[in-house]
Design a protein around this ligand. Sequence first.
Ligand code: HBI
Ligand code: FE
Length: 287
Amino acid sequence: MTGAALQAAGGQAPASDWTIDQGWSSYSAADHAVWKTLFERQTRLLPGRACDAFIEGMRALPIGADAIPDFRRLSDALMRRTGWQVVAVPGLVPDDVFFEHLANRRFPAGNFIRSADALDYLEEPDVFHDVFGHVPMLMNPVMADFIQAYGAGGLKAQRLGALDLLARVYWYTVEFGLVRQDDGLRLYGAGIASSSAESVFALDDASPNRIAFDLERVMRTRYRIDDFQETYFVLERLDDLLALARIDFAPLYARLGGAAAFAPGAIAPTDRVIARGTGTHHARRRA
Ligand code: HBI
Ligand code: FE
């Protein structure tokens, strides 16, 4: 647990499920001000970039510019719509703890907020990433079921030693997914929605690949945690996640476990390429 998180948690030791009190009244004026800066910056960027489900979810939630949201009020709204809750955690929690929460429709959200002098730097998911990025999509019944299935699937994948394969599905959907709408490509992934630079890069930059989502292809694709993605996978429609939540991944793990992985920026002969990226961004970084 980080020092800031411990402080925000009032020094409590974590319970076995790692949940803590959000400690809402312990946020400082400076914490709320960081939230406001981030909220206003993202809210300007998202029209025309976030998918309709994200915008609608956000609109129906008690989330605004002026204060870090209270998880109890978020949970009330979520519970009515999709049966989810938001629970506070001090930062990253062990995989099995994370999956157990998701499988029970509890979303673990960091209770701390990043500091004002590092608005774009995150070591662990904070309240802005988790609440602004993830919670709006949890108001969507399809995403609500998909993330629960991911939690249940995670516990199973761990037993089968296939967690890396499953984690790639989460990464390229829940965190960095794009979806096609009639009016163009839109973001629904929380990692994009909560990042000002990546919400522009993922949709408007010539550098990354945009490839039609294919489950096996995604399971075989490594991802970057230190930079923007080199490839974004695009769903034809959000409802495609429903079928994905019902697939038994075990035979796929058995088949793909030995297969070579694709590099983050690779294009495969069988890909349905929506936009082949120039790769300029990552080439410049490597130089
Ligand atoms: N813990 N709080 C938190 N948030 C996450 O997104 C998270 C986590 N623990 C594990 C984890 N994610 C991932 O490694 C799994 O999805 C594989
Ligand atoms: Fe996340």
